[in-house]
Write a protein that binds this ligand. Structure first.
Ligand code: C2O
Ligand code: CU
Length: 540
């Protein structure tokens, strides 16, 4: 295994999109940020140097960080922020990840402009479990706000309403030629007829699950969240914020120009159907059409289309890429995911009923501590968190019903953790609720991948549903969209000691408190204990 070094300098840089120019935080002045390349099992060392005027942290999304949560990145969970003028050397040890991941800021809303791809190739002596594509290209879906994202965050948190929606979506930093002032820089991929291409798709969007499609071409999914899948042919992709999907397509259509495009899937509310585009351009002699063909998408609000796609994913689960789904569970935990309302003084908030929008897990709204959880755990500091995170919502109700008395929907603030023993076999069931409106929640776990063993609509039923779990070839993921008014069950073995964040990857939901922390205890063996912190660990 090799050691690879990167230097990430955080600064302010100027960028224009859709006729608007603004200054925003970026790494090395790039937007999207630099791509990290490594091979399976490598050590990646990133020097993060804060030359900007804001605190920051950086997270390596989907990297398990074995026994080393110190460099994982979530602000006030595993570290205090890197303050202006200071730096932090982050050691990112790769283990079994292979495929596409990404990195992003994990402070406030800075991930909107501070993100990039993290590509992990097979070991030098190994190949892909599919024929090597002619070329590979990262495609990062992002979004652009004309305004300052920090201000947008502060405003919606102050008013208690929904945040402003982004002004456009981006493919590799570009909105595409359907947006004003954008045609010059539209992302373009040149393809040779008959060749196979791999797209490494990352959803870095702040608040939306996206549909992605290539006009006139089918795609074959081969991996998700840096784990291989059985080849899945589809004519569209649904991808959650946080998720990554590797897909192949063959340039087998008449030479021309075709759009690849992304569009919001929004389970609740309205949407303007704006589409962001990139162009696939065949090489050769032909007269290109005035406008490339646009793919036709599933309806923007089709939860069925989003869920159908995701529920077809399967692990490769063969001799070379075996899987190990826990069967005898030591811990079975049930978590409701809710959007809530909280009364406001003088009924003055901008949410429904003039109340404040909140979010919770088992009715607990996460309040981040002032010192991070990891520091407090490692140094045994008392008074930072409690250990009584509830393993059920506290009261039983029809989770998907819309007319719950509003009093039932009041969450409590908490800074509580879930404690797991080393090697515990854990099942988590997430149940979406309809307290203040149902919506999908893309749940992401740090420090682990998990098997998605089951999912469905309506209320989870402990008698009816577990017998239908897929324990044979469930997909191995680290971000999974729990469907609107439905449930998802995941399993993993708690073999990575440390402090690990689990949260909804919709930025507005985590800002409203939809997050929780797992502490996985050390095991007895010398190689089963959390490693000590590095000397340059940022201080609060
Ligand atoms: Cu992609 Cu907690 O992060
Ligand atoms: Cu959510």
């Amino acid at each position: 295994a090799a050691t690879r070094r990167y230097r990430f300098v955080l600064g302010n840089s100027n960028h224009s999109r859709m006729c608007t120019n603004k200054t925003m935080l970026t790494i090395n002045g790039q937007f999207p940020g630099p791509t990290i390349y490594a091979r399976r099992g490598d050590l990646v060392i990133v020097d993060v140097i804060n030359s900007a005027d804001h605190n920051i942290t950086i997270h390596w999304h989907g990297v398990k960080m074995p026994r080393y949560p110190w460099a994982d990145g979530p602000e006030f969970v595993t570290q205090c922020p890197i303050s202006p003028g200071t730096s932090f050397r982050q050691r990112v040890v790769l283990s079994d990840e292979e495929g596409t991941l990404w990195w992003h800021a994990h402070s406030e809303w800075y991930r909107n402009s501070v993100y990039g791809a993290f590509i992990i190739l097979p070991r030098r002596t190994e190949t892909y479990p599919f024929a090597k594509p002619h070329a590979e290209v990262p495609i990062l879906l992002g979004d652009w706000f004309h305004g300052d994202v920090q201000e947008i965050m502060e405003t919606f948190l102050a008013t208690g309403g929904d945040p402003e929606v982004s002004d456009g979506f981006l493919i590799n930093g570009q909105p595409g030629d359907l947006y004003p002032c954008s045609s010059q820089d539209t992302f373009k991929l040149r393809v040779e007829p008959g060749k196979t291409y791999m797209i490494r798709l990352v959803n870095a969007v702040m608040n939306n699950i996206m549909f992605f499609k290539i006009a006139n071409h089918n795609v074959t999914v081969v991996a998700t969240d840096a784990a291989y899948t059985k080849p899945l042919r589809s004519d569209y992709i649904a991808i959650s914020p946080g998720q990554t999907i590797d897909l192949l397509f063959v340039a087998n259509q008449p030479p021309s120009r075709y759009y690849m495009a992304a569009r919001v899937y929004s389970s609740g509310g309205d949407f303007d159907n704006t589409t962001t585009t990139g162009i696939i351009e065949y090489v050769g002699n032909y007269t290109p059409p005035a406008t490339p063909a646009l793919p036709s998408f599933p309806p923007f609000n089709s939860t069925a289309a989003s869920h159908n796609f995701t529920s077809q994913l399967r692990s490769l689960a063969n001799a070379k890429y075996p899987i190990d789904v826990p069967r005898n569970m030591s811990d079975i935990l049930f978590f409701t995911l809710s959007i809530n309302l909280r009364p406001c003084p003088n009924d003055s908030c901008a949410g429904p009923f003039a109340e404040r929008l909140m979010a919770s897990i088992n009715n607990i709204t996460l309040q981040l501590p002032k010192t991070d959880f990891l520091q407090a755990y490692y140094r045994r500091l008392s008074g930072v968190y409690t250990t009584d995170f509830p393993d059920n919502p506290g009261f039983v109700f029809n989770y998907t019903q819309t007319t719950i008395p509003r009093d039932l929907a009041r969450p409590q603030n908490g800074t509580a953790v879930n404690i797991l023993d080393f090697n515990a076999t854990v099942e988590l069931v997430f149940q979406g609720t309809n307290l203040a409106g149902g919506i999908d929640h893309p749940m992401h776990l740090h420090g682990y991948s998990f098997y998605v063993v089951g999912s469905g609509f309506g209320n989870f039923n402990r008698t009816r549903d577990p017998p239908n779990y897929n324990l044979v070839d469930p997909p191995l993921m680290e971000t999974i969209a729990v469907p609107e008014n439905g449930w998802t069950a995941i399993r993993f073995k708690a073999n990575n000691p440390g402090v690990w964040f689990m949260h909804c990857h919709f930025e507005r939901h985590v800002s409203w408190g939809m997050g929780m922390v797992f502490i996985v205890r050390d095991g007895p063996g010398a190689n089963e204990k959390m490693l000590p912190p590095p000397p340059d660990m940022p201080r609060c």
